[in-house]
Design a protein around this ligand. Structure first.
Ligand code: PLP
Length: 361
């Protein structure tokens, strides 16, 4: 018997955006702007930072194993019972936990091509069969995903808005899709970019219609600027939550993460600033790409994806931008080799990117 199972050997690890330090080491550049990982350019909510600083003096103690205060606060905010709320080590952590908790070896998962590849990695690391449906005009093709459901299907993963295309599926599209999903199939609705999309009335906020087989995932990593402390949350039927609780690591998420998330929820000012900055950043990028004749996908997130002619053009542009001190994200590993994703930044970062792009294009 080999020590490492074949399905693990076959795994391709997640390729994160290039770290700033790495580029600085490689090219010795003074100014570097990273628009590659959809982080919050304003940094951390000041209220959250203050709470986490205080929490550091108590990290000798284990945190609440059921994240009671955070779940209570989320329950009140979203008008659900605490038994329907779950918190863990990033929404990525919850995806991994769902795959460990609910799947049998011979069951299958389905998602779309051109979506958040962490799900594919988690499904493949679980050694189960993963089916995908192609994107249609850079959007999820929900009917094609539904067509792939068989008696073996256990989990369907949908990111709404989707990363890396940035667009949404609408209320009628979601309703029609759910009519085709049997109740024995779990639907993970990953709403990591929910805060950026809610101003669109077509966006199906899954909290509006709670379905027993839907797990909604959200995160503090994006709109709340807490990507580095790793804290995500979810809503689902209490049966599902109860079983996730059994499998999760006892003391995840960490104490600073729980405390930081609670404080972040009170920082409406920070959230408003984040959303304002992002709306303006998106408009700025649209105008820039229009001016340069670059095709892009209209986005309901904190990034915009551009479409080029070929993978070769993507690689050339990516390399040239790196030399100008701008890190963006080529999307080959997400299954879109002719696309690049650009996160919105601070106004001066967007302007720096625009100048660099104009210079190299
Ligand atoms: C669709 C989607 N889901 C989840 C995540 C990860 O969120 P977290 O930091 O909570 O693990 C990301 C991050 O890029 C994402 O794009």
């Amino acid at each position: 018997m080999p020590l490492v199972p074949q399905h693990i050997k076959n795994l391709k690890p997640y390729q994160a955006g290039k770290p700033i330090d790495e580029l600085r080491r490689e090219l010795g550049l003074k100014k570097i702007v990273k628009l590659a990982s959809n982080e919050n350019p304003l940094g951390v909510s000041p209220l959250s930072l203050c709470a986490m600083r205080e929490a550091m003096s108590e990290v000798s103690r284990y945190p609440s194993p059921d994240s009671h205060d955070l779940r209570q606060k989320l329950a009140r905010r979203y008008d659900v019972n605490i038994k329907n709320v779950f918190a863990a080590h990033g929404s990525e952590g919850i995806i991994s936990l769902i795959m460990r908790t609910f799947l049998l070896d011979d069951e299958e998962a389905i998602t779309s091509d051109g979506s958040f590849v962490t799900f594919n990695i988690q499904a493949q690391s679980r050694g189960i069969q993963l089916k995908t449906a192609p994107l249609k005009n850079y959007r999820y093709d929900l009917p094609a995903i539904a067509d792939r459901i068989t008696h073996k299907t256990k989990v369907i993963y949908l990111a709404n808005p989707n990363n890396p295309t940035g667009n949404i599926f609408t209320v009628p599209e979601f309703r029609a899709f759910m009519e085709k999903v049997p109740p024995r199939v779990l639907v993970i609705l990953d709403e990591a970019y929910f805060e950026f999309a809610t101003d669109d009335p077509a966006y199906p906020d899954s909290m509006q219609y709670r379905l027993d087989n839907v797990i909604t995932l959200r995160t503090f990593s994006k709109a709340y600027g807490l990507a580095g402390v790793r804290i995500g949350y979810g809503f689902a039927h209490s049966d599902l939550i109860e079983n996730l609780m059994k499998v999760k690591l006892t003391f995840e998420p960490s104490y600073p993460a729980q405390v930081g998330a609670i404080a972040a929820m009170d920082d409406q000012d920070f959230l408003d600033k984040t959303l304002w900055l992002n709306r303006h950043g998106r408009e700025f990028l649209y105008q820039l790409f229009d001016r340069l004749g670059i095709e892009y996908i209209t986005s309901q997130t904190n990034f915009v994806t551009i479409i080029l002619d070929s993978e070769e053009r993507v690689n050339t542009l990516y390399e040239k931008l790196l030399r100008q001190g701008v890190i963006v994200r080529p999307l080959k590993s997400f299954g879109l080799p002719n696309c690049i994703r650009v996160s919105t930044g601070l106004e001066e970062e967007n302007a720096f990117f625009a100048k660099a792009l104009e210079r190299v294009i």
